[in-house]
Design a protein around this ligand. Structure first.
Ligand SMILES: [Fe+2]
Ligand SMILES: [Fe+2]
Length: 290
């Protein structure tokens, strides 16, 4: 089954400040939001929402709206605490499996993005997951058959590398993503000398080709200390953005006075990882090929 991480939604106290951060640190550019109504276009940048990535893909930066679920008749509020979205090629089959498993979900239909049919539910650790399907051409290219986290390069050459989700019971969560969403579990491709952390099936699960896609991790309080880092990527999840020039990002962060942890090639084969917080304290991984 073809699938990909369509977007990662991160909350912001100040959307404009967050957009400026990603632009200054890594050159990510804001792209127009593509609405279901083909006539609708924003005349100027909005204060409550931005898409860094074309066709609504990539990063969504939004303000948290306490009444969003209530106003839309949803159980789930996708604006609170962020969420991530997985595009599948058969949303109907996913809905059937959710029903059979007795997992409550919201079918939002096509409401926020052009030709994307969206469903919301919680995974077993109560991470909010959006599952969507591309139902037309204005949504951009759909998942290629059998391609796992098909890569889409964004303006400037960056792409969404993975989303990391903290789950209390990795096997239970992995079963959800396998049995309900239909993803296939892979093994982590490690560097020759990996860092000091567990990669057994109880601690980590990977979905997607090339270490890209979805990472499920059991939170570990000692992760940062055990690896001499200031940031702990196993707590609360993070989003990873692959950039063409990681050295440039590091010098930008220096210049901006943003504290970061350069982990080197600690976890993934041929990748160097740098962690920092964005202005709203979302943990961000910038990575690059070595
Ligand atoms: Fe979303
Ligand atoms: Fe990561």
């Amino acid at each position: 089954m073809g699938w990909y991480v369509h977007h990662v939604n991160i909350p912001a106290y100040n959307v404009r400040e967050s957009v400026a951060f990603f632009n200054k640190a890594a050159g990510l550019a804001e792209c127009p939001w593509v609405y279901p109504d083909p006539e609708k276009q924003d005349e100027k940048p909005l204060d409550n929402r931005a898409s860094l990535g074309q066709h609504n893909r990539g990063l969504h930066i939004v303000t948290e709206r306490p009444l969003f679920a209530h106003e839309n008749g949803f159980m789930h509020n996708p604006t609170i605490g962020g969420h991530f979205a997985i595009t599948v090629d058969d949303l109907g089959a996913v809905k059937q499996r959710l029903e059979r498993a007795g997992i409550p979900y919201d079918d939002a239909g096509v409401y926020a993005m052009a030709e994307m049919h969206q469903v919301y539910c919680y995974d077993p650790s109560y991470n909010l997951v959006e599952i969507n399907q591309n139902v037309g051409e204005r949504a951009g290219p759909g998942p290629a058959p059998d391609e796992e986290h098909g890569r889409v390069d964004q303006p400037g050459g960056w792409y969404l590398h993975h989303v990391n989700i903290a789950v209390v019971d990795v096997r239970k969560a992995a079963a959800f993503y396998t049995d309900i969403l239909g993803l296939k579990e892979k093994s982590l491709l490690q560097p020759e000398s990996a860092g000091n952390f567990a990669v057994d099936p109880e601690a980590l699960a990977i979905f997607g080709s090339d270490n890209r896609g979805l990472h499920l991790i059991k939170p570990e309080a000692r992760w940062a200390v055990n690896n001499g880092l200031a940031h702990n990527p196993s707590i609360g999840g993070h989003v990873a953005i692959c950039v063409p020039d990681l050295d440039r990002v590091v010098s930008n962060l220096e210049e901006m006075g943003v504290p970061y942890s350069d982990a080197g090639s600690i976890a993934m084969k041929d990748m160097r990882q740098v962690f920092c917080f964005d202005p709203s304290m979302n943990l961000i991984e910038f990575n690059g090929r070595v």
